[in-house]
Design a protein around this ligand. Structure first.
Ligand code: B12
Ligand code: SF4
Length: 489
């Protein structure tokens, strides 16, 4: 039985599709033939469709974020046009947020909500054995004229049982090139690793707990270290990024992990993301000793009133403390900030501006707050008195490169755009100057070379940067061309 897992996306960054690589590992372990495709550029889609006509998969499983919904719809339609009888399924963050709406919109046969490994394996077995799949927890299936979604029947408690992601099913050269996953720094060969799943917090804009639940489940230290050792041996990595939502949530686990990593002496730098209320001086010092170079924090806002509204569960005092501790431990900091929060006024934005000026994170990115399906903000928009541009607008939108926010509350879209551009411009040199050193010379020259080969695109990027008065819009265009050239090889 042949299964094609395919990542459909709108982002051109070289990011491993971890969700389907985990699922592929489980399927292979259970004797299925699997192939994995990551559709980043238009050419990838054309090649994929041509290959599917010959490959003739029994089942296709699509993975995508809300931003790629429209692309996923087109892909399903194109697959249906192939002279191949295939069961078309999907999973991932968008489906998990809007399962019943997505089925007819996309024209799917089945879908899975939440953590995918177990329900998808069961679905594949049912299809292979011509059995009735309707009892599978988390399954979305046709029922009469409509669709039905089964409640999720539980999470994988012992994550160590999962095989490592099936890296061998993708061409690693597509992902292992500078600057890598550690934002704002330069590494030659970095990889993402997930040490646990689940987040107990309730930030209203986040859809992550909708996939992996609110209880954190951690792999054993030995299992994670074994994965890192394998990555070092197989791909000679020099950097790692931990994808966990809140890496430092369990202090003892992280302490033990750092000890184990130091013992291995693999010489790999790493970075992680966490919350400002779960770091201590001892922990950060130990992380630094174990190779951590940067900690990513969700600052979100400089206004305590706004932090309450978005239910971040943190205060600006905790933000200040965390940044101070990280700096004292010798770690770089990355701060992520939201613009356009419910009830946010220009006075709140001023507080955010003042806080960022005070903290001086090594890297700061400002995003428009956006209600993605699966988040409290999306499903309860009226409660937060926000207006959301729905449908096609939301589904092809991304919070970093968009000209305008998709949502408005107190501030007009114009005001939000102005605020975001001003703030982003203010940190421009601190964000990017780090790259400008002799060690990165070959990378800088390479990026400049690829940028120069696409003068029309560069002119468009420059125009956008001027129109939005946001310098990093140009950086995004340059980076896109570089990634595209790298993937083509
Ligand atoms: C790494 C990451 C990225 C990467 C790449 C993501 C990708 N897959 O292409 C990058 C940096 C590019 C990225 C970008 C964005 N991201 Co992001 N990202 C993540 C992050 C931190 C980890 C994703 C990951 O690898 N998880 C680990 C794997 C194992 O989990 P998974 O992919 O969810 O897969 C599991 C299930 O979903 C399911 N599943 C997944 N696919 C399939 C397929 C089938 C067939 C089945 C059965 C099951 C299934 O089973 C998998 C295994 O259990 C998540 C947060 C999180 N905790 O997951 C956010 C997250 C996915 N991102 C999110 C968002 C909002 C974005 C942006 C839109 C933000 C922005 N800046 O605008 C952009 C999109 C940009 C664009 N142009 O499209 C949201 C998604 C919301 C939504 N409704 O789509 C998340 C959940 C974060 C959040 N706080 O809400 N992101
Ligand atoms: S934003 Fe981070 S801390 Fe908040 S719920 Fe999402 S993953 Fe958890």
């Amino acid at each position: 039985m042949k299964i094609s897992l395919v990542n459909v996306r709108r982002s051109e960054k070289p990011v491993l599709p971890m969700g389907i690589l985990y699922i592929a590992g489980v399927l292979e372990k259970n004797g299925y033939e699997v192939r994995v495709d990551d559709l980043v550029f238009k050419e990838d889609e054309e090649r994929y469709l041509a290959e599917m006509a010959a490959y003739r998969p029994d089942i296709v499983g699509l993975s995508f974020l809300t931003t790629a919904l429209l692309k996923a719809k087109d892909l399903v339609a194109a697959l249906r046009r192939l002279p191949v009888k295939t069961v078309i399924t999907a999973g991932g963050p968008h489906i998990s947020g809007l399962p019943l709406e997505s089925m007819p919109f996309l024209g799917l046969d089945y879908a899975v909500v939440g953590e995918g490994e177990v329900p998808f394996l069961r679905l594949c077995s049912a299809i292979r054995d011509k059995a009735d799949p309707r009892g599978i927890g988390g399954l979305v299936y046709p029922d009469g004229a409509g669709f039905r979604v089964n409640p999720v029947s539980g999470f994988i408690e012992t994550l160590d049982e999962l095989p490592f992601p099936a890296w061998h099913l993708v061409d690693m050269r597509d992902y292992l090139f500078p600057p890598g996953y550690i934002k704002g720094l330069f590494y030659k060969r970095t990889m993402p690793v997930m040490t646990g799943r689940g987040c107990p917090s309730k930030c209203i804009f986040c859809s992550s707990p909708n996939i992996f639940g609110r209880k954190i489940r951690r792999r054993s230290v030995a299992n994670v270290v074994s994965e890192i050792r394998t990555l070092k041996e197989r791909y000679d990595i020099d950097g790692l990024f931990f994808l966990d939502d809140t890496f430092t949530l369990n202090t003892q686990w992280v302490m033990d992990f750092c000890d184990a990593l130091m013992k291995e002496a693999l010489g790999v730098d790493w970075s992680c993301q966490t919350r400002v209320n779960v770091v201590t001086p001892e922990l950060l010092r130990k992380m630094k000793q174990a190779g951590c170079v940067q900690v990513d924090f969700g600052i979100e806002s400089g206004s305590d009133r706004i932090l309450k509204i978005i239910e971040k569960g943190t205060s600006t005092a905790q933000v200040r403390n965390a940044f101070r501790l990280a700096k004292e431990a010798g770690l770089r900091t990355y701060g992520s900030v939201l613009i356009g929060n419910p009830g946010e006024t220009t006075a709140d934005i001023e507080e955010t501006k003042a806080l960022i000026r005070e903290l001086k994170p090594s890297l700061t990115l400002f995003n428009f707050l956006t209600p993605f399906p699966g988040s409290e903000l999306y499903h309860n928009a009226q409660k937060y008195k926000v207006n959301v541009k729905e449908g096609e607008k939301l589904f092809s939108y991304d919070t970093r490169t968009a000209d305008q926010p998709i949502m408005s509350s107190e501030l007009t879209a114009q005001e939000m755009r102005k605020a975001r551009s001003e703030l982003q411009n203010e940190v421009f040199f601190r964000n990017y100057l780090g790259y400008l050193n002799l060690r990165n010379l070959s990378f800088i020259l390479e990026v400049a070379f690829y940028a120069a080969r696409s003068p029309v695109k560069m002119a468009a990027g420059l125009l956008k940067a001027v129109r939005n008065r946001a310098l990093d819009d140009l950086m995004d265009t340059v980076y896109y061309e570089y990634c595209k050239a790298k993937r083509k090889r």
